[in-house]
Design a protein around this ligand. Structure first.
Ligand code: AMP
Ligand code: TRP
Length: 336
């Protein structure tokens, strides 16, 4: 028997993994892997709620599995699996769907930002999966009795829905779920796009020059950092309101060097942005080249080493979630 608390989280294989994904999610998975029992999955059923290409999807799935390991997640400890290998995610999702209002889903800021445009509130042509996606996410979490869910700040609202659904179902039918707590880092929970600090660094940003990918080469990383937008004050200060661009770079620097922002500000007191950016580029390149080296090695062994682990974990998870699904079916009267 284990006494550790349970952590559940996933990342969509909808493109390559960004530095934002790493700092907001993967790094805290790695840092906390000894403290929690971790279920970390490849959220492939979520990835198809956006436009997708089947060949790219399967390549991205492989890459994420390898990247989890290359970033330091110990596959002997963390239970890494493909979401679509476990049918119960969809089973529970349907039940939760029947307990969620359309209003709750339409209020989600991520839905609004993806589905609504400046000129139109018309959602008639938006795919339903984009609307219902937070329910599937709630199912992902509630199936495993997660105590905490490590996510970036953009997922906070989705986590609230998962909590609400857990409480709603427990109140209506008797205790069946744990209400999960979000675990969101103080810094680095929302790394912004280097070219446009108003939007988060994301796989889906149209303009890619401000998005650093974990598999970018040295030249590309350096170029993106050196060309990162900054203000004209040329003073290194952590002030998210008035100097959001340099503050964003400071958060990246701090997270990757395991230092606090203030000590970095002090170090660069009399230096200009160029010097700071050069140093930051070095730090990012160094960190990512270690990950990339491991990634290359692990990718070669995917079929022999990673795939069997994913399959074995799918079997393990299936047993856990079938038990949970059965309990839910019983509580709501679907089975005796
Ligand atoms: P996604 O790429 O949407 O599947 O996100 C996977 C995880 O990375 C989620 O926990 C997100 O909240 C987190 N994440 C995504 N983008 C960022 C970002 N720019 N800064 C911090 N965390 C992020
Ligand atoms: N929705 C998350 C994202 O886009 C990914 C995700 C899916 C997730 N299911 C989850 C994260 C369950 C945590 C727990 O970032």
């Amino acid at each position: 028997m284990h006494n550790k608390k349970i952590m559940v989280s996933g990342i969509q294989p909808s493109n390559n993994i960004t530095l934002g994904n790493y700092l907001g999610a993967i790094k805290p998975f790695v840092d906390l892997q000894d403290k929690y029992k971790m279920f970390v999955f490849i959220a492939d059923l979520h990835a198809i709620t956006n436009e997708f290409n089947p060949i790219a999807l399967s390549k991205n799935k492989r890459n994420i599995a390898c990247l989890y390991s290359a970033c330091g997640l110990d596959l002997k400890k963390a239970i890494v699996f493909n979401q679509s290998d476990i049918c119960s995610h969809n089973d529970l999702s349907h039940i939760l769907l029947c307990h969620t209002t359309i209003g709750e889903l339409k209020r989600m800021t991520q839905f609004k930002s993806k589905a609504l445009t400046k000129n139109s509130n018309n959602t008639s042509f938006i795919k339903t999966g984009l609307l219902t996606y937070p329910i599937l996410m709630a199912a992902d979490i509630l199936l495993y009795d997660a105590d905490i869910v490590i996510v970036g700040a953009d997922q906070k609202q989705h986590l609230e829905l998962a909590r609400n659904l857990a409480i709603r179902m427990n109140n209506k039918y008797g205790k069946m779920f744990i209400a999960p707590q979000p675990f969101i880092l103080k810094n680095a929970s929302r790394i912004m796009d280097l070219a446009n600090v108003k939007v988060k660094m994301s796989k889906s940003n149209k303009d890619q020059k401000g998005v650093i990918y974990l598999l970018d080469d040295k030249e590309t990383i350096t170029k993106k950092i050196m060309e990162a937008k900054t203000d004209s004050l040329n003073k290194i200060k952590y002030d998210k309101k008035n100097q959001p661009e340099i503050s964003n770079l400071l958060e990246i620097y701090a997270a990757l060097s395991a230092r606090d922002v203030n000590s970095i500000v002090k170090k660069y007191e009399n230096k200009n942005y160029k010097v700071f950016k050069e140093d930051l580029a070095k730090i990012v390149v160094e960190k990512l080249s270690v990950i990339q080296k491991k990634f290359k090695q692990i990718s070669k062994d995917f079929d022999k080493k990673i795939e069997p682990i994913l399959k074995k974990n799918a079997k393990y998870c299936t047993v856990i979630v079938q038990k949970k699904t059965k309990l839910v079916y019983k509580k709501i009267g679907l089975i005796k």
